[in-house]
Design a protein around this ligand. Structure first.
Ligand code: NAI
Ligand code: AKG
Length: 431
C-alpha cells in the first residue's frame, strides 16, 4: 500500500498565483470532484500539476528579411492511460497556464470517453492572421523541431485546434519525419486525407457537439427541428455544429465570431454564411442578418447555446443574462465555475466540454489507428462509430450524474478522474 499523498502542496513555482487563468478554473473543477473519488483521492495531487511542460523559442525569418521570435509550448498533463494527445493552438494570448489547462482538459476528456490516451496540448503565442502562409509554415516547422524531443506516434500526438488546420498538421508531420529520417504519419492527426488523414476528422468535433445536443434534447423532451440556436465561434467547431442544426431544421438565430455578432429571428442560412466567411474571413458584413453588439449576443433567447470559441466566455458578468435551455460546450473551458453555478440555479442544462467536444479527438483516435494499420475506413463507418461512442459516453456520464445527484460536468470528472487515478495506482509510483 502506497503511503498517503498530501493534497496541500503549493502551486508549481512557475505559475503566478494571482493570474492562473484557465488553470485556476481547472483546479476548481478538480476540487469539486475530489469528494467523489473515494480512496483514489489520495492520488489527486497528480492531476494538479502537469507531468511535463516544455517552453521553446521559435525564431523565424519573416518575408521582409527580419527575424521574429515566438514563444511555443507543449504540455503533457498526464500519460497514465496512454500517450499524450491534444491539439496545437496559434493565438496571441496563448500562455503556459492556458496550455496547462487545455492539456489537463484533454486528460479528462480522453478518459471520460475512454480513449487510450493521456492529455497534452500545445500552442504558439502568435497572431496567425498577421503572417503569410510561408511565414506560418516556417513557424510551424521550427516549433515542431523544437518540441520533437517529446512528441512521437507512441509518445504524444498533436492535432489541430484554434487557428491551425490540416495544412499545419502536414507541415508538422513532414518536419518530424525529416528529422526522424522516416515517414511517420502517426505523429499527428487531423492531417489532409492525402497524407493519411481520416475522412470525417474536419467536421468531427462539430458533429460530436450536435450528437451531444440531440442526446440532451431527448432527456429534456425538446425537439431539435424547429428549435432556436445561438453559436459563438464560426470556425471548425461552431461552423460545423451550426450547419448540422440548420440542416436538421433548427433556426440558428445568432452567431458571434472575432469580427462581431449577427442576428436574424427567422434563422440564418448557414450554407450562405459559410460561403461568405470563406471569402471574407469573418461573419461581419453578411447582409442576410442584422449586426448586434457582442454583449447582446448573450441575451438572445434560444433553446441551445453553443459557445465554440475560447475559454472563459461565460462568466459572472454575463451568466445572468443568458436565456437558453441547453448549453452545449463546443469550446474548451468556456464557462467559469461561478457562471456554471448561476446557470445551474437558473435551470440551464449544461453538457460539459469534456463530453460534448470529444468528437474531434475521437476521430483523431480513429485516424491514429488507421495510420498504424494502414487500413482506411469509409466516412459512413467513421461517422457511425463516432455517433455511437458519443451517445454511449453521454449516457454513462448521465447515469453517474443521476446516481450521485451531481451535474454532468462533475459526473464526467468522476468517470475520468477515476479511470486516470486507477491507472496511476496500478502502475505505481516508482519507475
Ligand atoms: N478543432 C477541434 O477539433 C477542436 C476544437 N475544440 C475547441 O473549440 C474551440 C474552437 O476551436 P476551432 O473551431 O477549432 O477553432 P477555429 O480557429 O476554427 O475557430 C475559432 C472561432 O472562434 C472565433 N473567435 C475567436 N475569438 C473570438 C472572440 N473573442 N469572440 C468570439 N469569437 C471568437 C473565431 O472568429 C472563429 O470563428 C476552441 O476552444 C477549441 O479548443 C475542442 C475540441 C476539438
Ligand atoms: O484531435 C485531437 O487530438 C485533439 C483535439 C483537441 O485539441 C481538443 O479536443 O481540444
Amino acid at each position: 500500500m502506497t503511503s498517503e499523498i498530501s493534497t496541500s502542496h503549493p502551486l508549481p513555482s512557475y505559475l503566478n498565483p494571482n493570474d492562473l487563468g484557465a488553470w485556476g478554473i481547472y483546479l476548481q473543477q478538480i476540487d469539486r470532484v475530489t469528494p467523489y473519488l473515494g480512496s483514489l483521492s489520495r492520488w489527486v495531487e497528480t492531476l494538479k500539476r502537469p507531468k511535463r511542460s516544455l517552453i521553446v523559442d521559435v525564431p523565424v525569418e519573416l518575408d521582409n528579411g527580419t527575424i521574429a521570435h515566438f514563444e511555443g509550448y507543449r504540455v503533457q498533463h498526464n500519460t497514465s492511460r496512454g500517450p499524450g494527445k491534444g491539439g496545437v493552438r496559434f493565438h496571441q494570448d496563448v500562455c503556459l497556464a492556458e496550455v496547462m489547462a487545455l492539456a489537463a482538459w484533454m486528460s479528462i476528456k480522453n478518459a471520460a470517453v475512454n480513449l487510450p490516451f493521456g492529455g497534452a496540448k500545445g500552442g504558439i503565442r502568435i497572431d496567425a492572421r498577421k503572417y503569410s502562409k510561408k511565414e506560418l509554415e516556417r513557424v510551424t516547422r521550427r516549433y515542431t523541431s523544437e518540441i520533437g524531443l517529446i512528441i512521437g506516434p507512441t509518445k504524444d500526438i498533436p492535432a489541430p485546434d484554434v487557428n491551425t488546420s490540416p495544412q499545419t498538421m502536414a507541415w508538422m508531420m513532414d518536419t518530424y519525419s525529416m528529422n526522424e529520417g522516416a515517414t511517420a504519419t502517426g505523429v499527428v492527426t487531423g492531417k489532409p486525407i492525402s497524407l493519411g488523414g481520416s475522412l470525417g476528422r474536419v467536421e468531427a468535433t462539430g458533429r460530436g457537439v450536435f450528437v451531444a445536443a440531440c442526446e440532451a434534447a431527448k432527456d429534456l423532451g425538446l425537439s431539435v427541428s424547429g428549435s432556436r440556436v445561438a453559436v459563438q465561434g464560426f470556425g471548425n467547431v461552431g461552423g460545423t455544429a451550426a450547419r448540422l442544426f440548420h440542416e436538421t431544421g433548427a433556426k440558428v438565430v445568432a452567431i458571434q465570431d472575432h469580427t462581431g455578432t449577427i442576428h436574424n429571428e427567422n434563422g440564418i442560412n448557414i450554407h450562405d454564411l459559410l460561403n461568405y466567411v470563406e471569402d471574407h474571413a469573418g461573419i461581419m458584413g453578411f447582409t442576410e442578418a442584422a449586426a448586434i453588439s457582442n454583449e447582446d449576443f448573450w441575451s438572445v433567447s434560444s433553446d441551445f447555446l453553443i459557445p465554440a470559441a475560447l475559454e472563459s466566455q461565460i462568466t459572472i458578468k454575463n451568466a445572468d443574462q443568458i436565456k437558453t435551455k441547453i448549453l452545449v460546450e463546443g469550446a474548451n473551458g468556456p464557462t467559469t465555475p461561478e457562471a456554471d453555478d448561476i446557470l445551474t440555479r437558473k435551470g440551464v442544462y449544461i453538457v460539459p466540454d469534456v463530453i460534448s467536444n470529444a468528437g474531434g479527438v475521437t476521430v483523431s483516435y480513429f485516424e491514429w489507428v488507421q495510420d498504424f494499420s494502414s487500413f482506411f475506413w469509409s466516412e459512413e463507418e467513421i461517422n457511425q462509430r463516432l455517433e455511437r461512442l458519443m451517445r454511449d459516453a453521454y449516457r454513462s456520464v448521465s447515469n453517474v450524474a443521476k446516481h450521485h445527484q451531481v451535474s454532468l460536468r462533475t459526473a464526467a470528472f468522476i468517470v475520468a478522474c477515476t479511470r486516470i487515478l486507477e491507472a496511476r495506482e496500478v502502475r505505481g509510483l516508482y519507475p
